[in-house]
Ligand binder design. Structure first.
Ligand SMILES: Cc1cc2nc3c(=O)[nH]c(=O)nc-3n(C[C@H](O)[C@H](O)[C@H](O)COP(=O)(O)OP(=O)(O)OC[C@H]3O[C@@H](n4cnc5c(N)ncnc54)[C@H](O)[C@@H]3O)c2cc1C
Length: 472
């Protein structure tokens, strides 16, 4: 008999025999440190996170999740829940606790007649997109195909389709949730509507989702998308032009501005590689024939180095940024929401891009708004319906020695741009050290979330997340 020391929720440890884990009678499996599957389960996208759970339950279905939650609750174990393992804060893994790994649960079922999808919580965006696009269908998801559907959805979820079709949570129809008592609760607008409201932006605070049901829309399969790349010299004027073009854009058009050093992409001349550039990343989610007109104001700006916009499969565009966002690097993020791109913000942006700490650091300004802002802030737990732009500072490095300078640069830039921001932040972009921003992340919905946390998880079993405290 082997004993495992687990960290408990309230501190301290408890020794449990592996025989107890065996009696869980899982469809999946459990593993202990250094056993097969253990390192795979604990390794996540951000290499900054290197935690060693006491044990991992690799779930194959809802029954495994229910058993794992009851086991954790009965023994007051610290619990982490892993979907796609992409979250920057690293809460998908815990030190010495129980890791409930959902990544083996990967089924996607598309119903083309009702235009709905049933998706398990280990599925990645790329897997979901590929299944749905086989029928010319899609729901709004993020821009990197290896991100998990589960964490993205529970925090809100936005990407190239959001200005036309809303956030991912706006397209969630129903979900099965294993709550802290180990019971499975079916939720939708009519069944347990409070819980359904809370999981649409409240993160993993309320239970473990074992199945998501999404609304699908006719998308593509071919769309106009691609990049316009400019030299950095004229960036300030170009960004002011971008601001005007973005304000005039129809809902079908989404343009993100990316500021970074040029990677060695084949369509960029060698003399630009390693130099600062301004990139407009474009997706027109309408009829390709109408794209030129919508793109004209953006194309009228400056003299680009490259304009590689064309008709291509939506699934191909959904993987376009994958080579720049590979797992395994050290990453630290800072994020702000903006209603508008003010002059002061643009001046600050341009100044800081001149001091990027490593080749792989970049600033993304994601254009949102459109349909996603015509939804009441209280309609779902995701509250930031005033944001027209979400800025995410991706600080990224490969050498441990670059860590201090990279994080300092990100924090300085974040402080310098704070006066122009709303004060809100997208919960899925928060690093682990931003606990003081949690109430800002849930904004005007925090009080209702806190009351629902007291109802569904009064003991705060699900605390490794951007944590909503149960109302006293
Ligand atoms: C390269 C990259 C690109 C990104 N691009 C976008 C983007 O375009 N748009 C966007 O909106 N976001 C984007 N994100 C952010 C992304 O939405 C979050 O990182 C999200 O949390 C990832 O979900 P996951 O399942 O992969 O992560 P995980 O780290 O596995 O999970 C995150 C957290 O969610 C909770 N959780 C996960 N699964 C469940 C479940 N089934 N039930 C209950 N709780 C659960 C847990 O608390 C967990 O700690 C991006 C992230 C990365 C790294």
């Amino acid at each position: 008999m082997t004993e495992v020391q687990f960290r408990r929720l309230m501190g301290g440890t408890i020794a449990l025999s592996t025989d107890i884990l065996s009696t869980l009678q899982l469809r999946g499996s459990f593993c202990l440190p250094d056993e097969a599957g253990y390192d795979e389960a604990r390794t996540i996208w951000n290499a900054m996170i290197d935690r060693r759970p006491a044990a991992v339950v690799r779930c194959r279905g809802a029954s495994d999740v229910m058993r794992a939650v009851r086991f954790a609750r009965d023994n007051s174990l610290l619990v982490a829940v892993r979907g796609g393992g992409h979250n920057i804060a690293g809460n998908a893994v815990c030190e010495d606790g129980l890791l409930i790994d959902l990544s083996p649960m990967r089924s996607v079922r598309i119903d083309p007649k009702s235009r709905t999808a049933r998706v398990e919580p280990g599925v990645t965006l790329g897997e979901f997109d590929r299944e749905a696009q086989a029928f010319g269908l899609a729901t709004p998801l993020g821009i990197n195909s290896t991100t998990g559907v589960a964490g993205l959805t529970l925090g809100g979820g936005f990407g190239w389709l959001s200005r036309k079709l809303g956030f991912t949570v706006d397209n969630l129809i129903a979900a099965d949730v294993v709550t802290a008592d180990g019971a499975l609760v079916q939720t939708s607008a009519v069944e347990e509507p409070d819980l359904f409201w809370a999981i649409r932006g409240g993160g993993g605070n309320f239970g473990i989702v074992t199945s998501f049901e999404f609304k699908l829309h006719a998308v593509g399969p071919d769309l106009v998308s691609g990049l316009i790349v400019h030299p950095f010299g004229n960036a300030r004027d170009l960004l002011a032009g971008y601001r005007d073009a973005a304000a005039a854009a129809p809902d079908e058009l989404t343009v993100w501005a990316v500021l970074r050093k040029a990677p060695p992409l084949p369509f960029l001349p060698a003399e630009v590689h390693g130099k600062e550039i301004l990139v407009f990343a474009v997706c027109y989610a309408g009829e390709p024939a109408n794209a030129d007109k919508a793109l004209a104001p953006l194309r009228a700006l400056g003299e680009p180095i490259a304009d590689v916009i064309g008709v291509q499969p939506y699934v191909a565009w959904q993987t376009a940024f994958d080579p720049l966002l590979t797992p395994g690097a050290f990453n630290y993020w800072k994020s702000h929401n903006f209603t508008a791109l003010s002059d002061g913000l643009l001046d600050t942006l341009v100044a800081y891009v001149g001091t990027l700490p490593t080749e792989e650091c970049e600033i993304f300004i994601g254009q949102v708004g459109g349909a996603s802002n015509r939804i009441d802030a209280a309609a779902t737990a995701y509250p930031h319906r005033d944001a027209n732009f979400v800025m995410n500072v991706h600080t990224r490095w490969r050498e441990r020695g670059d860590e201090r300078a990279a994080i300092k640069w990100a924090r300085d830039f974040f402080e310098a741009t704070a006066p122009y921001a709303t004060g809100g932040v997208y919960v899925n972009f928060m690093p682990e050290d931003e606990t003081e921003r949690v109430t800002g992340a849930y904004g005007s919905n925090y009080a209702r979330l806190s009351a629902l946390k007291a109802k569904y998880d009064p003991g705060n079993l699900f605390r490794l997340n951007q944590n909503v405290l149960p109302k006293a």
